[in-house]
Design a protein around this ligand. Structure first.
Ligand SMILES: O=C(O)[C@@H](CO)OP(=O)(O)O
Length: 247
């Protein structure tokens, strides 16, 4: 007996479009991103997938994506739980910087280490920065745990407890669960689910707006690796994410 988990990265955001490091900065979807979210919902409906509950991050781009996708799947009414534990990886002092300029300034090795290494966080973001979330009321309750930078390992450490305590119980009560989140928080979850090594996860990129579907066993393991509803389009879009900053 397995239950269905659908992972969905938000559609293109304003800062994806501008090629800026985003992290916890609360940017919105572009028109293209809103279209991706609507299409994701249409794909769910066409595949006969009907989410019973939604888990989202606290960031607007994931919330907008969920709302648009659920609206086009005619499931806008389902219960919602939101958690900072599903937020994008905090990108530290890189938040707000241009990816291409950062690559040119620091070189490819350092750039890729910051983007994709498992355990090297970027430099911390000063609380006084305009891109800091130090005074953002949505994080009032988590102040002791509010990061100033994170590597992927840090994201796994804060996300896996949420997976075990909130998402897995929903799956085990027989619900189809939709999770809308972010490139790196979903890489963290996919690494955990698929047992991908610390080295190999560097090569995994999650495209925007493409539903990724798992069948999950009662013990939280997947019955098989996740499958995109549109594998060809997902592979093309993931390659574009991998190449960001390089053109
Ligand atoms: O900027 C970010 O927060 C992320 C996702 O958009 O970028 P990257 O893919 O470079 O980790």
């Amino acid at each position: 007996m397995t239950n269905t988990l659908i992972l969905l990265r938000h559609g293109q955001s304003e800062w994806n479009q501008k090629n800026l490091f985003t992290g916890w900065v609360d940017v919105r979807l572009t028109e293209q991103g809103r279209g991706e979210a609507v299409r994701a919902g249409e794909q769910l409906a066409a595949a006969g997938l009907q989410p019973d509950v939604l888990h989202t991050s606290l960031l607007s781009r994931a919330i907008q994506t969920a709302n648009l996708a659920l609206d086009s799947a005619d499931r806008l009414w389902i219960p919602v739980t939101r958690s900072w534990r599903l937020n994008e990886r905090h990108y530290g002092a890189l938040q707000g910087l241009d990816k291409a300029e950062t690559l040119a300034k620091y070189g490819e090795e350092q750039f890729m280490e910051w983007r994709r290494s498992f355990d090297t966080p970027p430099p911390a973001l000063d609380d006084a920065s305009e891109w800091s979330q130090a005074n953002d009321p949505r994080y009032d309750g988590i102040d002791g745990e509010r990061p100033q930078t994170e590597c992927l390992k840090d994201v796994i450490d804060r996300l896996v407890p949420y997976w075990e305590q909130s998402i897995l119980p929903d799956l085990n009560s027989g619900k189809t669960v939709l999770v809308t989140a972010h490139g790196n928080s979903l890489r963290a979850l996919v690494k955990h689910l698929d047992g991908i090594s610390d080295a190999d996860i560097a090569g995994v990129n999650i495209p925007t707006g493409m539903p990724l579907v798992y069948q999950i066993n009662a013990d939280g393991t997947p019955a098989a690796p996740g499958e995109y509803l549109d594998p060809e389009a997902a592979a093309t879009a993931a390659a574009a994410v991998a190449a960001q900053g390089k053109h």
